[in-house]
Ligand binder design. Structure first.
Ligand code: TRP
Length: 336
C-alpha cells in the first residue's frame, strides 16, 4: 500500500518558479509513489488576509491552473478546497484543547511571519492559531508525509505532538509518525538575490510569464556585484544566476554546460550576458510548455472547476471517515 502524503498552498496569487522548484516539481515526482492529497488552503490564507477575501477567491483559480499546468494529475491526486471541507474546523476545535497557549505562541515560522508582515501585537488570534488548523489538515487525511518548504517543519512537529496527545487521552485514532519530505533542490532565491522569491518583493518569475518577460527579468538579475568586467574572475557560490542554473540542470540535462560555465566564470572567461543567455533559454524551455498548458486550461474552465469539485468531494469523504472516528473516540453525548 502506498503511503499517504499531503501538500498545500495558500492561494494568495499565481505560483512562481520558487514554488515550482521548492514544492510543485517534487510533488509531481512523488505523486505516483505516494497517495497524494493536495489542499488549496484558502481558510488558512484568510487568517492574514481576512480583509481581502476577493484576492483569495481569484487566486484559487490561478493556483488550480498552475497545479494542472505543471502536471499534478487530478485522476490520482484529490485537490481539495479547504474552506469547503467543514470537518477541518470541526477537528481543529477538538485539537485546539490539546496544545497550550504558550506552545502555540512559540512557533518559529509564525513568529517570522508576524515580523515579516509587521503585525506586531495586532496579529489576529486566528493567524497565531493557524498551525493547529494545519495539524487538522494533516490529521484529517491521516497523512504520514508532508511535502513543502523548511518553514513547514514546526507545523509537523506540532502535529505529531497533538496526535500523540489525542491518542493518549481518547484512544488510538491518528498515525503519529509524520515525516517531512523535502524537495531535492531546496529553495530558489529571488531574481535580486534576496533569500526568498516573493510577490511583494518584486523579484519573482511566474509560471505564467511570457518569453519576453522572462528575458527582461533575467537581464536584470543580480549576479556577482564585485565583478565589473567579463574577464574578471567571478563568484559562482551565492550568485542567483548559477543557483537557477543548478536548479534546472538535472531536469534539462544541462550539467555539462553548467559545469563548463562555472569553470569559465571563476576564471573570468565568460560574461554575465552569455551566462544569462543560457539561463534565459533554459527557463523558457521549462516555462513555455507550462504556460501553454495553462492557457489551454484557461479556455476550459469548466474542466478546471470540475477537478476542484471532485477533489473536494474526495477530501470530504476522507475527512468524514476520520471525523466519525474522532467523534466516537472523544465520546460526547450523542443526540442520535
Ligand atoms: N502552511 C502552508 C504554506 O503556507 C500551506 C498549508 C496549509 C499546508 N495546510 C497544509 C501545507 C497542510 C502542507 C500540509 O505554504
Amino acid at each position: 500500500m502506498k503511503k499517504r502524503l499531503i501538500a498545500g498552498d495558500r492561494p494568495t496569487g499565481k505560483l512562481h518558479i520558487g514554488h515550482y522548484v521548492g514544492t510543485l516539481r517534487p510533488r509531481v515526482e512523488l505523486q505516483n509513489s505516494y497517495e497524494t492529497f493536495v489542499l488549496v488552503a484558502d481558510a488558512q490564507a484568510l487568517t492574514d488576509n481576512f480583509d481581502n477575501p476577493t484576492k483569495l477567491k481569484d487566486s484559487v483559480t490561478e493556483i488550480m491552473l498552475d497545479y494542472l499546468a505543471v502536471g499534478i494529475n487530478p485522476e490520482i491526486v484529490p485537490i481539495g478546497l479547504q474552506s469547503a471541507i467543514i470537518q477541518i474546523p470541526e477537528l481543529t476545535s477538538y485539537l485546539a484543547n490539546l496544545v497550550s497557549f504558550s506552545r502555540v505562541m512559540l512557533n518559529p515560522t509564525v513568529k517570522d511571519e508576524i515580523k515579516q508582515k509587521d503585525m506586531g501585537n495586532e496579529a489576529p488570534f486566528g493567524f497565531v492559531a493557524y498551525p493547529v488548523s494545519q495539524a487538522a489538515d494533516i490529521l484529517i487525511v491521516n497523512a504520514e508525509y508532508v511535502s513543502g518548504g523548511d518553514d513547514q517543519v514546526p507545523m509537523i512537529e506540532l502535529t505529531r505532538q497533538i496526535a500523540r496527545r489525542f491518542n493518549n487521552i481518547y484512544g488510538h485514532v491518528f498515525c503519529t509518525e509524520i515525516e517531512y519530505i523535502k524537495g531535492t533542490f531546496g529553495s530558489l532565491p529571488g531574481t535580486d538575490g534576496a533569500a526568498k522569491m516573493g510577490k511583494s518583493l518584486g523579484n519573482v518569475i511566474y509560471l505564467s510569464d511570457s518569453n519576453d518577460s522572462i528575458r527582461e527579468k533575467v537581464k536584470k538579475m543580480y549576479t556577482d556585484p564585485n565583478r565589473l568586467r567579463a574577464n574578471d574572475p567571478g563568484t559562482v557560490e551565492g550568485n542567483p544566476v548559477f543557483t537557477y542554473l543548478d536548479a534546472f540542470q538535472e531536469q534539462c540535462g544541462t550539467q555539462i554546460l553548467v559545469d563548463e560555465l562555472k569553470e569559465r566564470y571563476r576564471k573570468g572567461g565568460v560574461g554575465d550576458v552569455e551566462v544569462k543567455k543560457h539561463l534565459t533559454e533554459i527557463l523558457i524551455n521549462v516555462i513555455e510548455p507550462i504556460r501553454t498548458k495553462r492557457e489551454e486550461l484557461q479556455n476550459n474552465m469548466d474542466y478546471v472547476k470540475a477537478v476542484l469539485k471532485q477533489g473536494t468531494a474526495n477530501w470530504q469523504n476522507q475527512a468524514e471517515i476520520t471525523m466519525q472516528k474522532v467523534r466516537n473516540a472523544v465520546g460526547l453525548y450523542s443526540i442520535d
